[in-house]
Design a protein around this ligand. Sequence first.
Ligand SMILES: C[S@@+](CC[C@H](N)C(=O)[O-])C[C@H]1O[C@@H](n2cnc3c(N)ncnc32)[C@H](O)[C@@H]1O
Length: 268
Amino acid sequence: MIPKYPLKEIELVEEHTYNHFSKIASKYRSLRITDSEPILFIKNQLNGKSVKSIADIGCGDGRYSLELLKNLGNECFIHCVDSNEDMLKSLVDYFNQNRMDGFCIRQGNASRLPLETESIDCITTFNAIHHFDLLKFFAEVSRALKEEGHFFIYTRLRNQNFRSIWGKHFPLFIEIENRLYEFDQIKKIIQQSDMRIHSKKIFGYNRTFSLAQLLEKAKNKHYSTFSLYSEDTFKKSIKTFEQNIRNNFDDLENIKWEDENILIEIKK
Ligand SMILES: C[S@@+](CC[C@H](N)C(=O)[O-])C[C@H]1O[C@@H](n2cnc3c(N)ncnc32)[C@H](O)[C@@H]1O
């Protein structure tokens, strides 16, 4: 059963977004690809610095939060923040299955982080900023970070989305997904906070999936973009997508493409 939208606790998160993530919470991890490269890059950038407290905002079911904790050492404690209660429940199960402690969950909004002022060494956010009010979020990150604190944003830029298999072959995908940012837009909003961009790194991933696997992901709405289609348009679009893939790829068991993401490192 989908729980009712808890308006009071997480006001400002769109009901539609909330319900989408509630529906998908129990299977989210199995539908998405978790890449280790950004975690290793973050570890490297922190370069042995003592990081005792991390917060992962829009942590979802915790697939990246867990990798962070595993990689950043035993001394670390991670605050897992998300507006969605069902995602957080799934995160708790996942951490318990992996026998990881050193974490807490905080249901809350990126616009008003449930974190003490100047209490956190490192804040991360993976695949989530397009759901946030960025101006408010960056002000909150700056408030919660300690002096010299680190902030990492991992996301898909709008132009990276255009070039993905979905952007190229799924009808209306790039028109409907109008929430993603370009780098310059993020840069401009960062400049309005008291933080500065320290580095940026593009990650490219060679993907191979069968047509059946691609269809399975889309039908389960692994990207929230798919939840923005009307039911009728989605049904028609998935048929057209299948036909587009059949027309453009010879080996339907091994459809290959490159995904891209960006990691932006910001310092206070
Ligand atoms: C695409 S998922 C990414 C989850 C996770 N970071 C990952 O990469 O697997 C986006 C997450 O952001 C959360 N979210 C959306 N709007 C939010 C907001 N305003 N404040 C906090 N979390 C939010 C959703 O509930 C969802 O779990």
